[in-house]
Design a protein around this ligand. Structure first.
Ligand code: FCB
Length: 469
């Protein structure tokens, strides 16, 4: 008894723009991330994704990494602009051919593909109308989803339509820190809504081409009050509405939550009826076969005054006691248990899958050429334990996909943060399995959390398993 069900997916995740490079290959169209990266100062260190991990060409090596890690699942995304280069109309078959080969190669190795459609690299052409702020983008997304499902739907058992709707809305359209770099509250709430409508429209056209399960991947952040002051408790509920319920409720419940709708209406100074039209909620609801969850941390909430840079009456404060990653993100595995149990309670029967979870640790190769990222091993084990506890209490968790398989282009932060279990030398493209990858390989092989002695050299143990096993 490992505490994880048979058939549990042990995997890792990446996204197209963050790893592929080869931005002009095989008829790929320009995406909004090239436009954004070209803005001076938009990307830390000035990097762009022209080469990244060179995975468009080196993908067979990436699949070998998965195999060496004993993983039975791989989450990757299709580059939207490789498939519909002009945003609508012409479908580029060379783009589809590429992913077709990857899907076949994964299946041949016994690795289950988990395919994301929109991991943020929207074709630039769609910005002519406003990108996700425009309703017409919903139809454009459905065209893309249909082309993808028509080609790959017979073999892909798990589909994720949208990656992190809240982050698209917040960083892309509210704060302007991600592509397309818009700063406008009305555009932000419109974008979030259209992303969800896009999920519904995509599912409707995909069904004819796939019996795979289709869901969306919100990033969920459990919110906890900074104190038991009723104002902080109200702030916590508000923040939960803003970050979590605004997406969960339309997808899995009965539509947008009224309390958060009021917050939005106050923030933009007008009603949302022009954005969320009659019938829209019915086009989003009831279309999720599972819930994909990206989980990184929690938010500790305090009441605050609304102001020019604060549209809602709350703020995030830091927990001085929390352990942190190298980027300062609070490490709170027990909040993941709570989150999974809440989802199980509020949306009973909906299968759950962790589709991202991981941490920035800057470890690089040591004197022996290996990467001893002990802290990532601790992080991994703590989060798997949190999932095991939730499963023991009934949460239907079907898989764990670590972010990320390998170090990659971390959006506006460029190449500095390293999220990978595999180290990438960006000058040569060389990949080195970090100790965390080797340890995860043992876990995946055992189908559960194996014993671990922090002082034991991880790499050598796996090598000997390889020799005898
Ligand atoms: C998530 C994104 C993913 C990666 C991780 C660190 O928000 O989905 O692409 O950037 O964070």
């Amino acid at each position: 008894m490992t505490g994880f069900p048979d058939g549990f997916l042990w995997g890792a995740a990446t996204s197209a723009y963050q790893i592929e490079g080869s931005l002009d290959a095989d008829g790929r169209g320009r995406s909004i991330w090239e436009d954004f990266a070209a803005r001076p100062g938009a990307i830390e260190g000035g990097g762009d994704a022209a080469v990244a991990c060179d995975s468009y060409r080196r993908w067979p090596e990436d699949l070998e990494l998965l195999e060496r890690m004993n993983l039975n699942a791989y989450r990757f995304s299709l580059a939207w602009s490789r498939i519909v280069p002009d945003g609508t109309g012409r479908i580029e078959t060379r783009g589809l051919d590429h992913y077709d080969r990857i899907v076949d190669a994964l299946l041949a190795r016994g690795i289950t593909p988990v395919v994301t459609l929109n991991h943020w690299d929207m074709p630039s052409a769609l910005m002519a109308d406003g990108g996700w702020a425009a309703r017409s983008t919903v139809d454009a997304f459905a065209e893309y989803a249909e082309a993808a499902a028509r080609r790959l739907g017979d073999r892909v058992p798990w589909w994720i339509t949208q990656n992190e709707p809240w982050i698209i809305q917040l960083l892309g359209y509210q704060l302007g820190l991600h592509a397309p770099g818009v700063r406008d509250l009305r555009a932000a709430v419109s974008a979030g809504h259209h992303v969800l409508l896009g999920h519904g429209a995509a599912v409707d056209v995909m069904r004819a081409h796939t019996s795979g399960r289709i869901g969306a991947a919100p990033n969920l952040l459990p919110c906890v009050p900074a104190s038991d002051d009723p104002a902080d408790i109200a702030a916590t509920r508000g923040s939960d509405g803003y970050v979590n319920r605004w997406f969960l409720e339309p997808l899995l419940g009965g539509g947008y939550p009224a309390d958060m709708r009021e917050h939005w209406e106050r923030a933009i100074g007008g009603g949302l009826d022009g954005i969320i039209r009659d019938g829209d909620e019915a086009r989003i609801a009831g279309r999720s076969d599972f819930l994909a969850i990206n989980y990184y941390t929690q938010r500790v909430m305090k009441a605050a005054e609304v102001g020019p840079d604060r549209p809602f009456p709350w703020q995030v404060v830091s927990d001085p006691a929390a352990a942190r990653t190298d980027e300062g993100t609070e490490i709170v595995p027990e909040a993941l248990t709570g989150l999974l149990l809440r989802l199980h309670r509020e949306y009973p029967g909906v299968p759950l899958m962790i589709t991202e979870n991981g941490a920035i640790y800057g470890d690089s190769p040591s004197h022996d050429g290996q990467v001893h990222d002990v802290r990532r091993i601790r992080y991994l084990r703590a989060h798997l334990e949190a999932i095991r506890v939730a499963i023991a209490q009934g949460a239907p968790v079907t898989g764990y996909l670590h972010w990320s398989l390998m170090d990659n282009f971390e959006w506006a932060l460029g190449y500095r943060p390293r999220f990978g279990m595999v180290y990438v030398d960006y000058r040569t493209g060389e990949r080195i399995l970090k100790d965390s990858a080797l340890h995860y390989a043992e876990i995946a092989r055992a189908g559960g959390i194996v014993d671990w002695d922090e002082t034991r050299p991880v790499g050598r143990v796996v090598d000997s398993l390889g020799a005898f096993g």
